[in-house]
Design a protein around this ligand. Sequence first.
Ligand SMILES: [Mg+2]
Length: 276
Amino acid sequence: MPVALVDCNSFYASCEQVFQPRLQGRAVVVLSNNDGCVVARSREAKALGIKMGEPWFQVRRRLQGQGQGQGQAEEVTALSSNYALYADMSNRVMRILGRFSPRQEVYSIDESFLELDGLPEPPEVIGQRIRSTVLRWTGLPVCVGIGPTKTLAKLANHLAKQDPAWAGVCDLAVLDAGEVKRLLAPVPVGEVWGGGQRLAHRLGALGILTALDLRRAPSKRIRQHASVMLGRNRLEPRGADRSDHQLHQPRRREAARPAGRGCGDHGRDPQPCLSP
Ligand SMILES: [Mg+2]
């Protein structure tokens, strides 16, 4: 049963670029309340080495020391966050994604799982259709990860973002077991599921440093030492553990809420995406 995780790329920064086209292709960061820390970075800002959560004054000071004159600091546009805009864009994206599958779980403001079984086209083809539709209707770039469980779909999404060779859609089902292992081996465990640094630290103490280590570790051990959530979201499909297959659909109502006019609404009425 293939599951897709669709995740918007650099969501807050991409929303800003949609409404300020002069920022397309430029380094953009979005700052937390009171303009304290970096909470989103465009691809170009990431390329300058700007980290998530870094205090903006530190970023500016560091970049001023690099390059000519004002250094690289003048290349970066820093914006205050606009959560009303991001919520509106999120609703639009989720509503579009809901057209691709009757089974959807909105996982965060910019991520949604979709069950892809029983659909008339191969998952990878649907993945590319999702990308082009969301881009055309909202201006936002997304990547699609596809796997047999939610965790593997999330990992596949991570791979799709890291390596342009995937063209934005990574379907683990097309790979053999050896290839999956090769791809899991270099992925830091903290990237796999939103456990953050603290969880990564606890797993690191158990010798679990990568996604591959996590996949190999006994489930019981992880549950004892890390968290129930991670125990459930192991990197393998398991018959006994349904939680990593099932989507939590009650949240669908959120996604289906009609979005208002304005932001990103190009006046087009979205058509069903699965029609032949
Ligand atoms: Mg994202």
